[in-house]
Design a protein around this ligand. Structure first.
Ligand code: DOR
Ligand code: ZN
Length: 349
């Protein structure tokens, strides 16, 4: 879907299949950047306190819709936060609501706002059984939180200890392995059954772990799962540009105020929403695969979630521009990913 692919790219309106929007003033500050480009997004439930039930998800959905700028069409696709205590009844309510598109598994303590997450596979068996029965997808943050496992190995160990048993015991459960970061995860998904898919972020396509330490500690490149070696980055680029419907766009845009990032204990999360599609275009262009971006961004995710593909379009134009150094974020400021850097693609207003 494109006119002159070296200068402009016409794409179906994309979906962001993994997005953190937060709440309150932060939500109001970040939502317009996503809504101006993406038609729908899978909304992460790791608020404080987390979104544990359908009533909370529907209220959160209403707050998101209230923050959508006038004249903009944006659909938040809600998720629940899985805990050791999520009941089959809660799963039934979620599915019956029609507004909830997945249930997110955060291993307890693995990442930002995951304290209420899952502590054992055994405790989530009743919820997973019901999700499989009702065909409600499981979304996983694929890292173990074992202090004896090196942080760069936590995704591989998650595959062995958590994901493989789930795939074995729940063969019909649809699972999204979120924000994969390793060749191991990419291969596991590519070779897995059609029920298994993965999202890939722009930062993991563009950067390896050197970006964390380039000329000093780079807080704004820190997210979880953390950036990995170059061999992993290349495998992710190969997966994203493979044309396999198992890999699709999920930015994991995760906003934190400047002070929370540039701190002695900086929060994990890259705020990519204002430049996300441009970053993907850069990564696909570097791989010589711009013609594969449209399906990755608007088709494969929609197919997995059984949604119609968008019928309207957006245009990316080749144009040099500079990412702002920072942006308003309630009464604070936020530093976007690639702040002050030059980019070569820009979504047309
Ligand atoms: O870097 C991350 N930030 N990874 C996550 O899993 C959570 C996210 C956040 O909510 O800030
Ligand atoms: Zn996330």
């Amino acid at each position: 879907m494109s006119a002159n692919p070296s200068q402009e790219l016409l794409l179906h309106r994309p979906d962001d299949c993994h997005l953190h929007l937060r709440d309150g003033a932060a939500l109001a500050a970040v939502l317009p950047a996503s809504a101006r480009v993406f038609g729908r997004a899978i909304i992460m439930p790791n608020l404080q306190p987390p979104i544990l039930n359908t009533a909370q998800a529907l209220e959160y959905r209403a707050r998101i819709l209230a923050a959508v700028p006038p004249g903009v069409d944006f659909s938040p696709l809600m998720t629940l936060y899985l805990t050791d205590h999520t009941s089959p009844e809660e799963i039934r309510l979620a599915q019956a609501s029609g507004a909830i598109f997945g249930v997110k598994l955060y291993p307890a303590g693995a990442t930002t706002h995951s304290d209420a997450g899952v502590t054992s596979l055994r405790s989530i068996m009743p919820a997973l059984t019901e999700m499989e029965k009702l065909d409600l997808p499981l979304l996983v943050h694929g890292e173990v939180n074992d202090p004896e496992v090196d942080i760069f190995d936590r995704e591989q160990v998650f595959i062995d200890r958590v994901l493989t048993p789930i795939m074995r015991d729940f063969p019909s459960l649809r699972v999204v392995f979120e924000h994969i970061t390793t060749i191991d995860a990419a291969d596991y998904v590519a070779l897995g059954p059609p029920t298994l898919a993965a999202t890939i972020t722009p930062q993991h396509l563009l950067y390896n772990r050197n970006a964390l330490f380039r000329g000093g500690l780079q807080a704004h490149n820190y997210c979880l799962p953390v950036l990995k070696r170059e061999v992993h980055r290349r495998a992710l680029v190969k997966a994203a540009t493979s044309g396999l419907p198992k890999f699709f766009l999920g930015t994991d845009s995760a906003p934190h105020a400047r002070g929370a990032k540039e701190s002695a204990c900086g929060c994990a999360g890259c705020y990519t929403a204002p430049l996300a599609l441009e970053l993907y275009a850069e990564a696909f262009e570097a791989a010589g695969a711009l013609d594969r971006l449209d399906d990755f961004a608007s088709r494969f995710g929609a197919e997995f979630y059984r949604l119609p593909r968008a019928t309207d379009t957006i245009k990316l134009r080749r144009r040099d521009w500079q990412v702002p150094a920072d942006l308003p974020f309630g009464d604070q400021r936020i530093v976007p990913f690639r702040a002050s850097d030059a980019l070569r693609w820009k979504v047309e207003a």
